[in-house]
Design a protein around this ligand. Structure first.
Ligand SMILES: O=C1O[C@H](COP(=O)(O)O)[C@@H](O)[C@H](O)[C@H]1O
Length: 249
């Protein structure tokens, strides 16, 4: 299996609905197979689309485990916090046990400077301590998340993996620190590229004209372009675009 499933919708609200359906379907499958569902979230513009999951009934929230594909090393109440954004958009309103929301340890991030390394080490150790019925490993020892809800920047970055950055070629540990992010704040943590690629399904969303040019480049790319980190994502990939986001396809 593998390849792009590209779905285009008229409006951003329809993209949010499609994102909700896809996520709920992945959750039902994972929970029926092993009793838990793992989803890892990006920050940025993706967060607003999570609202499509609000108010959904018949969702087995108690077996969801939520992670972040990247995080800025700031306290949770900082406007830059990806966790904080997701809490406001969705997670504060659904009954996922708080112990199953895997936020970074904010006590390590009271100052952004110097926070990335200890924060990445702590997050990496916490993920590695999870039992395999929650977070299974593949034959390479990598975690297999059920679903990644990814964003991408206008430069093609995913998670906090930026164009031509040396981190794109680092395979271990699972969670990497970055202290020189070209997009502020500079200190962040991020899934490694092999961890991204080991996930079962990766979902990209592209909403609005601002995403159109890069979405088209990524979808049409032959892969392995280190100038466009999103082109390095492999496996089962679902694209959800609204009409402006799809306008350059
Ligand atoms: O800094 C980040 O940027 C990307 C893209 O964000 P967007 O607002 O341009 O959609 C995001 O996917 C990543 O998680 C975030 O930390």
């Amino acid at each position: 299996m593998g390849g792009n499933d590209v779905q285009t919708y008229q409006k951003d609200s329809e993209v949010a609905d499609a994102l909700a359906s896809l996520t709920i379907k992945a959750a039902e499958k994972a929970i029926s197979e092993r009793g838990s569902f793992t989803v890892a979230l990006a920050g940025g513009s993706l967060v607003k689309l999570l609202g499509g999951l609000k108010g959904k009934t018949d969702v087995d929230w108690k077996n969801w485990h939520v992670f972040w594909v990247d995080e800025r090393c700031v306290p949770h109440d900082d406007a830059e916090s990806n966790y904080g954004g997701a809490m406001k958009a969705l997670l504060g309103e659904v009954p996922i046990p708080s112990s199953q929301l895997y936020a970074i340890d904010e006590t390590l991030c009271q100052s952004n400077e110097g926070a990335a390394k200890p924060c990445a080490e702590e997050y990496d150790a916490r993920l590695k301590a999870l039992p395999s019925d929650v977070l299974p490993r593949n034959s390479d020892g990598l975690p297999v998340f059920d679903l990644l809800l990814l964003g991408f920047g206008p430069d093609g970055h995913i998670c906090s993996l930026f164009p031509e950055h040396p981190l794109l070629k680092i395979a271990s540990p699972w969670i990497l620190p970055i202290a020189d992010s070209p997009k502020p704040p500079p200190e962040r943590i991020t899934f490694s590229l092999p961890v991204v690629n080991a996930a079962k399904t990766k979902c990209f969303t592209a909403v609005g004209e601002g995403k159109a040019e890069m979405a088209a480049k990524i979808i049409k790319s032959d892969g392995d372009d280190y100038f466009i980190p999103a082109s390095l994502v492999k496996g089962d990939i679902v694209w959800l675009l609204d009409a402006p986001g799809a306008s350059r396809l």
